[in-house]
Design a protein around this ligand. Structure first.
Ligand code: PEP
Length: 253
């Protein structure tokens, strides 16, 4: 089974408009000839429109970092699927651990967003992952399987094909600590089994499952060479064009 590698940069709350344009222009220059991987950047809402102008007709695609499930109305501070599509987004990150822990997003809310995104034609990058406490209790598999089931709840197999799953152990995000390639691969395998139990073997084998959590230019090769790791969701290292480009051009063994 060969799944295409999927490398996404989550810029989080970083970069003014000018900085975002410079970063994406520098990145484009370095990876413009890459055709064998999906490359995605997720800038802040305020910079999506101008970043999209730089990326038009290129090999880098645009993601938003979140959205709300309603299509319009009295939801101060929120962004709809149509708004994201109007500035060129094809993907949207949902259920990031920072949204779960800081902004108290629940599995139920995230599931509503996943459904709304797919119905609108956006592809969700659905994040799941255990905290350090949960890992130490030995319940990593329970947590990620539960988050997977709740995230996909009510989705037909046809709808679910649009989801990219991101396994992001919370203790590894922005901390410099990374899951070992073997540990991450084992969790990805477990997630694939869960997907098989919900849908089918074929579905599970075709689902893109990426890893996130302090992936950088030094550890990416080992992580991306694991059989169940189909790419990365990268925070810190995606803010430096050279580092992100190096990850995109990882050395395959
Ligand atoms: C993330 O934001 O999803 C992430 C993995 O961040 P970092 O690479 O900085 O750990």
């Amino acid at each position: 089974m060969s799944r295409r590698k999927f490398i996404a940069g989550n810029w989080k709350m970083n970069n003014t408009n000018e900085e975002a344009i410079k970063l994406v222009s520098d990145l484009l220059e370095k990876v413009k000839n890459v055709t064998d991987k999906d490359i995605i950047v997720a800038p802040t809402f305020t910079t999506l429109s101008d970043v999209n102008k730089v990326l038009k007709s290129t090999n880098i695609k645009l993601a938003a970092q979140n959205m709300y499930f309603a299509s319009s109305g009295a939801f101060t501070g929120q962004i709809s699927t149509d708004m994201l599509k109007s500035v060129g987004c094809e993907y949207v990150i949902l259920g990031h651990s920072e949204c779960r822990t800081i902004f108290l997003e629940t599995d139920e809310l995230i599931n509503k967003k996943v459904k709304a995104a797919i119905e609108a034609g956006l592809k969700p990058i659905l994040c799941i992952g255990e905290t350090l406490e949960e890992r130490e209790k030995g319940i990593t598999n329970d947590i990620v399987n539960n988050q997977t089931k709740k995230g996909y709840d009510g989705l037909s197999e046809e709808m679910a094909k649009n989801v990219i799953l991101a396994y992001e152990p919370v203790w590894a995000i922005g901390t410099g600590k990374t899951a070992t390639p073997q540990d991450a691969d084992t969790v990805h395998k477990t997630i694939r089994q869960t997907l098989e139990s919900i849908y089918s073997k074929n579905f599970a084998e075709n689902t893109i499952i990426i890893y996130g959590g302090s992936m950088n230019e030094n550890n990416a090769d080992d992580l991306l060479n694991m059989p169940n790791i189909d790419g990365g969701l990268i925070g810190g290292a995606a803010l430096v064009a050279e580092k992100f480009a190096r990850i995109i051009n990882y050395i395959a063994k």
